[in-house]
Ligand binder design. Structure first.
Ligand SMILES: Nc1nc2c(ncn2[C@@H]2O[C@H](COP(=O)(O)OP(=O)(O)O)[C@@H](O)[C@H]2O)c(=O)[nH]1
Ligand SMILES: [Mg+2]
Length: 298
């Protein structure tokens, strides 16, 4: 039997099998997961965690795939976690995702993992957070998390990200209104994908009019980027925009997001602990869950 230390060493050396086994152990809620995570924590906190959320079919996987390509061109390593609670592990959209993303499979700089929701041991948000920690500790520069932006679970997942990209498409009609309560307030960047279709400008106007009604506590106005992911058009922009946001004074944004005091230390896969009592936010599902601190401040 190998020791946890040996396992950690193999993960940090980029051994895919060790990485895969770590995430499976977390997913299955096996007891050794806690010990492993504890040993990995000190090596986490460096990755940039980007949450990608939007309705089914919005083009999230296509965009994630293209963004991953772009990051690889910049010689940055990428971990991708696809969360789709409606799909069983081996079927449906996940299988489609796997096929589509297969082009990366020969590239050791990319690791792609679909999260199962079977049994939901310990909560999907928690499991996803832990998987992100593993990828972070494994040295991935970028961790992209794809979720279907519908339920609270998915909103919790994107809250664990450093930056959240909300993907909308033309032709949604009133849907923009419908999802605004949950999804709109967590967006750092809006992507209007399928901009080859009619109505992209209208979606943009709708977002802008919503933005004009409410100013975020941190004064950040989410940027709007138009893409045609299936043709690779504009796909570098979400990454570039994300980069700009990272450079553009995260400290100020933190100060605004954590009005109770200075931004807390990064503790967990690059995210910050939500300060006690800072929130108008719903309580996180578990104490260890990491919030981004800007919820409810739209
Ligand atoms: N017309 C058009 N189709 C797109 C675009 N991006 C993705 N698609 C297509 O939309 C479908 C759903 O894409 P997918 O990435 O699986 O969406 P997801 O469910 O959000 O992950 C696929 O058939 C894609 O080829 C786009 O910009 N324009
Ligand atoms: Mg998908």
């Amino acid at each position: 039997m190998q020791t946890v230390q040996h396992w950690v060493d193999r993960i940090r050396a980029g051994e895919v099998r060790a990485l895969a086994r770590a995430i499976s152990t977390i997913e299955d809620g096996r007891p050794e997961a806690r010990e492993l995570l504890k040993a990995l924590f000190p090596f986490s906190g460096k990755a940039r965690v980007i949450g990608m959320t939007g309705a089914p079919g919005a083009g999230k996987s296509t965009l994630v795939d293209q963004m991953a390509r772009d990051y690889r061109r910049q010689e940055r390593t990428v971990g991708i976690i696809a969360v789709d609670p409606t799909s069983p592990y081996t079927g449906g959209a996940i299988l489609g995702d796997r096929i589509r993303m297969q082009s990366h499979h020969a590239d050791p700089g990319i690791y792609i993992r679909s999260m199962a929701t079977r049994g939901n041991l310990g909560g999907l948000a928690r499991t996803t957070t832990d998987a992100a920690t593993v990828l972070d500790a494994a040295g991935k520069d970028i961790v992209l998390i794809e979720t279907v932006g519908v339920g609270q679970d998915e909103i919790d997942i994107v809250r664990l990200a450093d930056v959240t990209v909300v993907i909308l498409v033309p032709g949604m009609g009133d849907d923009v209104q419908t999802i605004k309560a949950g999804i709109m307030e967590i967006a750092d960047i809006f992507v209007i994908n399928k901009s080859d279709r009619e109505g992209a400008d209208r979606v943009e106007r709708e977002i802008r009019s919503m933005q004009s009604l409410a100013v975020r506590a941190d004064k950040w106005t989410p940027t709007i980027v138009k893409t045609v992911a299936s043709e690779g058009k504009g796909v570098a922009e979400p990454s570039a925009e994300e980069e700009d946001q990272q450079l553009a004074g995260t400290p100020d944004r933190d100060a605004a997001r954590f009005p109770a005091g200075p931004a807390p230390e990064r503790t967990h896969a690059g995210r910050r602990d939500q300060p006690a009592g800072s929130g108008h936010c719903r309580a996180p599902p578990r104490p260890v869950f990491i919030g981004r601190g800007n919820c409810g401040q739209l």
